[in-house]
Design a protein around this ligand. Structure first.
Ligand code: ADP
Ligand code: 5GP
Length: 192
């Protein structure tokens, strides 16, 4: 499991898009959410967009590895997106919040946990406004939550500042290459 977290607007979706085409043998786990679809998003590619009732039904059915309320909406990682891929030896990429990151760490302690930081809070606000997808009150809510999320970043294994996108991407790719090359992941462990 490769988990990417960080405050809203820091650049996680931009990372995911680029990382999937970077020859790292990563497959993206598409989450489910109750939030409204943004104009450029496609159902089943960016998220599975579900109504609240359907989301609750899927919680009851045990369909989620983890789920959480984030910025007033529900988001969850579907077992159907992760388990089959992990069983067949694929690296699975998750873009989830810090609450979800905690839960995934419990279920998959050998995952790789990467936290993405903005160069500053003002640049975070600029990116959220520049993206043009959220009304003002949603931007305020996301910025209010940003500091709390950044404080929980200390639970992650790696911190990457997304200053310049191509150079931040190179750093994330290096982490993934190094982690997937670990002897413990590549060679059978000797029993002593
Ligand atoms: P997140 O998925 O973390 O909410 P996005 O990937 O949607 O964030 O990025 C938010 C906005 O910031 C987008 O408009 C994106 O193009 C822009 N962005 C991403 N990385 C950078 C960067 N390094 N410098 C400037 N703008 C960036
Ligand atoms: P957005 O609405 O901007 O796409 O995402 C808002 C937040 O929800 C981001 O922090 C994103 O990482 C998080 N998120 C997306 N999918 C999931 C998920 O499946 N589980 C959890 N816990 N958070 C998610």
């Amino acid at each position: 499991m490769v988990v990417i977290s960080g405050p809203s607007g820091v650049g996680k979706s931009s990372f995911v898009k680029e990382l999937l085409g970077a020859g790292l043998d990563l497959e993206y786990s598409v989450s489910a959410t109750t939030r409204a679809r943004r104009p450029h998003e496609a159902d089943g590619r960016d998220y599975f967009f579900l109504g609240r009732d359907e989301f609750s039904r899927r919680i009851e059915a045990g369909d989620f590895v983890e789920w959480a309320e984030v910025h007033g909406e529900l988001y969850g990682t579907l077992r159907s997106e992760t388990e089959r891929r992990l069983m067949s030896g694929k690296n699975v990429l998750l873009d989830i919040d810090v609450q979800g990151g905690r839960e995934v760490r419990k279920a998959y302690p050998d995952g790789v946990f990467i936290f993405v930081l903005p160069p500053s809070l003002s640049s975070l606000e600029e990116r959220l406004r520049g993206r043009g997808t959220d009304p003002d009150e949603r931007i305020r809510l996301r910025l209010d939550n940003a500091l709390r999320e950044i404080n929980l970043g200390s639970e992650y294994d790696y911190a990457v500042v997304n200053d310049d996108l191509p150079s931040a991407l190179r750093r994330v790719a290096s982490i993934i290459v190094a982690e997937t090359s670990r002897v413990s992941r590549r060679l059978p462990m000797k029993s002593t």
